[in-house]
Write a protein that binds this ligand. Structure first.
Ligand code: GRF
Length: 199
C-alpha cells in the first residue's frame, strides 16, 4: 500500500481531488495516511475528517523557535511513515531536515508553468496576478519534486490553460485549478503509486 501524507494550509481543493480519485479507484493501492496542516482553521482538515483521514495541525507560532517547529513537523510526519509527501497548497517553508529525510519523496503543485512565475513570493493569487499583469495568453500548473530550493526540483508534469478575455486573478486561479491542478496532481500520485507497488 502506497502511503501518502498531504500537507495543506487552506481550502484543500487539491486534497479533495486526491481523496476523490483514491476513493473511486483511479489512484490504486494508495492510502492517504494523514493530512497535516499549517493552520488549525484550514478547511482541508474538515475535508480529511469528512473522509475519516487522520488530520492534525502543526502551527509554527506554537513553537518558541523555528528549529523546534521543524523538529515537531518532522516528528509528526514520521509518525505516519509516508512513502510520499504531497504539498497541496502548503504555504510554510518545508524544513531542510524534512527535505533531506524524504529526499525524492516530496512533490508540490505550483499554479504556473515553471520556470515562469515561480520562486520566492509566487504563491496563490499572486501567481495569477503576475500572469495577467504580463499579458500572458497561456498559463497552467506544474507538479514537481521538491528539493532544497523553491519550486526548483525536477518537473514531473505540466498542463497548459488558456488565459481568457476579462479574466480576473480569481477566475484564472479557478480555471487553472479545475483544468490543470486537480488533474495533474492525482495523475502524478497515481503513477508514483504504480511505480512503488510494482517495484
Ligand atoms: C492552489 O492554487 C495551488 O496551486 C497552490 O495553492 C492553492 C491551494 O489550493 N499551491 P487548495 O488548498 O488545494 O484549494
Amino acid at each position: 500500500m502506497f502511503k501518502v501524507a498531504v500537507m495543506v494550509s487552506g481550502g484543500g481543493t487539491n486534497l479533495q481531488a486526491i481523496i476523490d480519485k483514491v476513493e473511486n479507484g483511479y489512484i490504486k493501492d494508495a492510502d492517504i495516511c494523514a493530512v497535516i496542516s499549517s493552520s488549525r482553521k484550514a478547511f482541508a482538515l474538515e475535508r480529511a475528517a469528512n473522509h475519516n483521514i487522520p488530520g492534525e495541525a502543526v502551527v509554527k507560532k506554537d513553537y518558541a523557535s523555528t528549529e523546534e517547529f521543524n523538529e515537531a513537523l518532522l516528528e509528526t510526519i514520521d509518525k505516519y511513515s509516508p512513502d510520499l509527501i504531497v504539498l497541496a497548497g502548503y504555504l510554510v517553508i518545508v524544513p531542510q531536515i524534512v527535505i533531506k529525510k524524504y529526499a525524492n519523496k516530496i512533490i508540490n503543485i505550483h499554479p504556473s508553468l515553471i520556470p515562469s512565475f515561480c520562486g520566492d513570493g509566487f504563491y496563490g493569487l499572486k501567481v495569477h496576478e503576475a500572469v495577467l499583469a504580463r499579458g500572458c495568453k497561456v498559463t497552467g500548473a506544474t507538479v514537481h519534486f521538491v528539493d532544497e530550493g523553491t519550486d526548483t526540483g525536477p518537473i514531473i508534469a505540466q498542463k497548459a490553460v488558456y488565459v481568457e478575455e476579462g479574466d480576473t486573478p480569481e477566475i484564472l486561479q479557478r480555471r487553472v485549478m479545475e483544468q490543470a491542478e486537480w488533474n495533474i496532481l492525482p495523475d502524478a500520485i497515481r503513477s508514483l503509486a504504480e511505480k512503488h507497488n510494482n517495484r
